[in-house]
Design a protein around this ligand. Structure first.
Ligand code: GPK
Length: 837
């Protein structure tokens, strides 16, 4: 029996549920107790790390009240909960975010002061970042969890607790070197293991038919291997609310620590082998981002976390006495890309094989619960599994997929009689070449909604990626433009801008970004513009210090900070930026530099370890940096920096310190982008193509406050269809051909004319991402940037209008759209009652 009232343990009665009665004394006392009891340390001998752990535990204690109250609230008043299934959650450091959302940053600052710590930032720097994601997709999931909690929506994020997250990046001799990310090594204070709620997952084996006790023929799966999923929960507190949602990440354990039979007959190594194999499942995050990775282990990871999560949802219904039949009234299951798409087959399996539902009923439950978000059009990133692999790992699921496909294709036949071509196109099974399961088709057929992540992207899904599906089910396809959380990306990342905004428009902007519109009234107020630009300068000073400490390069904070941070990819075109840098370098060398604004060009991002071209692009940038930064002729007018190990923590430093945001992907290739939004909120101007969410950013901030260049998506299509030849663009642009020439002769590789040849050959050969076609216009737009930079008043006005009009890109807006049009979920008030103290 459950307690009616949630009795609160320490810390005391919260008269004000937001402030939670947490003053500096309480934080200090909490820290002291945790130092002593949890860490076995005395305050006098505690290291910075000890203090970080003690403060984190003290803060976590305060989260627990809300975390348990939130679970109690949904138990007491059952309503639909969002289950966000994602193979990645790039949540970033937790301590500072939790302090902000609890509203006790100042109190914590004071408490650590009593331990002789000058600034809270020293403690925050200790925190290891959980790198449980690659880039945009994983970070989006984290922003969405934060917004869900802040909007008081009941939600659980389900994913994998990778022991090793995305690799740490070192730069050695200009090359990327990957180092294992041991984020758990010192103990990570934000997770709560819940071994009592573990789940079993099977793999391999065979299926068999049997007759049940009622004489009915049934199928069942006899797996040959098992793993146990142990949930590790991370509390996700909303901003100044009591709602504390959960991120539930599964760790794979062996079913038996040893195979005792094998052990007894003396096969010690054989006995540990299976244990090692099952525990490998959650060992490491695949570091590819939008590129194909067809490994068996990855499919295993996907089925592992999806199966655990669905079992967990079903179990929670049973625990609460809710009929499984009513699943879709209590859970809405969002698939973050196709990585969790096996959920369609797994939910069918659980409903049919375990709960003995009829097919139609099970299918109805599945399709009314599941929705799917697509994040890319790149063919190499659309997941397909070889049939042999799939059947050897998930034989029962393959049977179910065949049945889903058979019934679906029957529907298609009725709609398009005699059209075999369309059957081939829509089938879940790809029959061209090596037979494979197309996960995007499974997800689309099993989902009630399919959404893209920006207007152009959603349109291209319908027009290019899945035109036949879109014709079949026009109402299924929709758009939800991505967003980012203003708490982390302005509140934490830019405290100085935040306090200026507090003063100017009132504190509510952080939960209602549309209030920033009020700033428009200040566009001609030079005093205010001055204050606004001072916050930027302060961010740039801090970043300059960091750059110096990390790379040894001295940069001038008064120069234009021009930044491109994101995964390294040919479609994102860091090489276009790099070539432009060479052109500027040549202008200065040749003395034709009158209009050049002093610039610091900053790059950051990781390349997939197996992606040769991307790694060469990093080497290329560093080769250019070495030459440019060592050349006295540059005289402070040009500096190039490659910031190693770009991650969430570093992002927080970068966005507030940027003047110019580089969003230069080939039109039609970047699904949305989210860094572009973080930059705009923090008052950077964008130089960008009409791609992804850039289009919507430009529409909202105003075309006059955006540096546009490049071919449109339809122009790119046209070029591709008309035998695009990069050479004509090269010969028509002297600055381009000279830049390329300089690379060819080895000017940026110590005379080695081979090193960058693959890059040059790609650009001058087929140039798959139209770098040459866009170069001249890009350079023109960069000249425009230089011109505006010379007029600080104008620049600052444009920057202010970017911040003022960026409210739409809050993830609160995105989440409200998901809640209303896809999930049909409502907020739930969480009360914390208290009769202790
Ligand atoms: C898309 F397909 C993928 C992927 O595997 N990883 C990833 O980070 C990104 N993405 C898109 O490339 C971005 O345009 C988009 O903003 C982000 O997902 C979130 O939707």
């Amino acid at each position: 029996s459950q307690p009616k009232d949630l009795r609160l343990p320490t810390p005391g009665c919260y008269a004000d549920p937001i402030k939670a009665g947490i003053d500096a004394d309480a934080v200090f006392d909490g820290m002291t107790e945790h130092l002593f009891f949890s860490l076995g340390k005395l305050a006098t001998t505690a290291s910075l790390r000890d203090l970080y752990m003690a403060l984190s535990y003290a803060v976590r204690d305060r989260l627990m009240t809300r975390y348990l109250a939130s679970q109690e609230a949904i138990r007491a008043k059952p309503q639909k909960t969002v289950a966000y299934l994602s193979a990645e959650f790039l949540i970033g450091p937790q301590l500072n975010n939790n302090l902000l959302n609890l509203g006790i940053t100042k109190e914590a600052e004071e408490a650590v002061g009593r331990f002789g710590i000058e600034s809270l930032s020293h403690i925050l720097e200790v925190e290891e970042e959980p790198g449980l994601g690659n880039g945009g997709l994983g970070r989006l999931a984290a922003c969405y969890m934060e917004s869900l909690a802040s909007l008081q929506v009941p939600a659980i994020g389900y994913g994998i607790r990778y022991e090793f997250g995305i690799f740490n990046q070192l730069i050695r001799d200009g090359w990327q070197v990957e180092v294992t990310d041991k984020w758990l090594k010192g103990g990570w204070p934000w997770e709560l293991p819940q071994p009592d709620e573990s789940c079993f997952v099977g793999f391999g084996g065979r299926t068999e038919s049997y007759v049940d006790e009622k004489g009915k023929y049934r199928s069942r799966w006899i797996p040959s291997e098992h793993a146990i999923g142990v949930p590790h929960d991370i509390p996700i507190l909303g901003y100044r609310v009591n709602n504390c949602d959960r991120l539930r990440l599964w760790r794979a354990d062996a079913t038996e620590s040893f195979d005792f039979y094998a052990f007894n007959i003396g096969d010690y190594y054989g006995a540990v082998e299976e244990k090692v194999a099952s525990e490998t499942i959650s060992k490491v995050l695949y570091p590819n981002d939008g590129t194909d990775e067809g490994r068996r282990l990855r499919l295993k990871q996907q089925h592992f976390f999806v199966s655990c999560s669905l079992q967990d949802m079903l179990r929670s219904l049973e625990k609460r006495g809710i009929e499984v039949e009513d699943f879709s009234e209590h859970w809405t299951v969002q698939l973050n890309d196709t990585h969790p798409a096996i959920a369609v087959a797994e939910l069918m399996r659980l409903l049919i094989d375990h709960y003995h539902f009829e097919w139609e009923k099970a299918w109805h439950i599945t399709t009314s619960s599941v929705a799917y978000t697509n994040h890319t059009l790149l063919p190499e990133a659309l997941e397909k599994w070889d049939l042999d692999l799939f059947s050897s790992l998930l034989p029962r699921h393959l049977d179910l997929i065949y049945e889903i496909n058979k019934r679906f294709l029957q529907q298609v036949r009725l709609r398009y009689p005699g059209n075999d071509l369309i059957l081939r196109k829509l089938s879940i099974i790809d029959e061209d070449g090596c037979k494979a399961v197309r996960m995007a088709h499974l997800a689309t057929i099993g989902a009630h909604h399919v959404n893209g992540v920006a207007a152009l992207h959603s349109d291209l899904i319908k027009r290019q990626l899945m035109p036949e599906f879109a014709e079949l089910w026009p109402e299924k396809f929709t758009n939800i433009t991505n967003g980012v959380t203003p708490r982390r990306w302005v509140g934490l990342a830019n405290p100085e801008l935040s306090s200026l905004l507090d003063k100017e428009v009132g504190k509510d902007w952080i939960t209602n970004m549309e209030l920033l519109k009020k700033l428009e009234q200040k566009e001609n107020d030079s005093g205010f513009l001055e204050l606004f630009s001072k916050t930027k300068l302060s961010g740039k000073r801090k970043l300059a210090g960091y750059i110096h400490r990390q790379t040894g390069v001295l940069v001038d904070p008064s120069s234009l900070f021009d930044v491109q941070v994101k995964r390294i990819h040919q479609y994102k075109r860091q090489h276009l930026n790099a070539l432009q840098v060479i052109a500027q370098y040549l202008r200065i060398k040749n003395g034709v530099d009158q209009d050049i604004a002093p610039r610091t060009v900053i790059f950051g991002g990781k390349a997939a370890p197996g992606y040769f071209m991307a790694k060469l692009m990093i080497r290329f940038i560093n080769g250019i940096a070495d030459v440019v930064n060592a050349d006295p002729d540059m005289d402070g007018r040009l500096r190039v920096v490659f910031l190693p190990d770009y991650n969430v923590k570093l992002g927080e430093q970068v966005y507030s310190a940027t003047d110019l945001s580089e969003q230069i992907s080939t039109a039609g290739k970047e699904a949305s982008g989210t860094g572009n939004m973080k930059f705009a909120m923090n008052g950077a101007l964008t130089i960008g193509t009409l791609d992804g969410a850039n289009i919507e950013i430009r529409d909202r901030v105003g075309s006059e406050n955006f540096f546009l260049f490049g071919k449109t998506e339809s122009e790119i299509v046209e070029l591709r269809e008309n035998q695009y030849d990069p050479k004509t663009y090269i010969s028509n642009c002297k600055e381009l051909s000279e830049a390329l020439r300089l690379v060819e002769v080895g000017h940026f590789s110590n005379g080695d004319s081979e090193l960058f040849l693959p890059l040059i050959n790609s650009l001058t050969g087929s140039d798959p991402f139209f770098v040459m076609a866009d170069f001249a216009d890009y350079l023109r737009a960069q000249d425009e940037v230089n011109k505006v930079w010379k007029n600080p008043q104008k620049w600052n006005r444009m920057a202010l209008l970017n911040t003022a009009r960026s409210g739409f890109f809050s993830s609160d807006r995105s989440i409200k759209e998901y809640c209303k049009s896809i999930w049909k979920v409502k907020p739930l008030d969480v009360e914390i009652s208290c009769d202790i103290n």
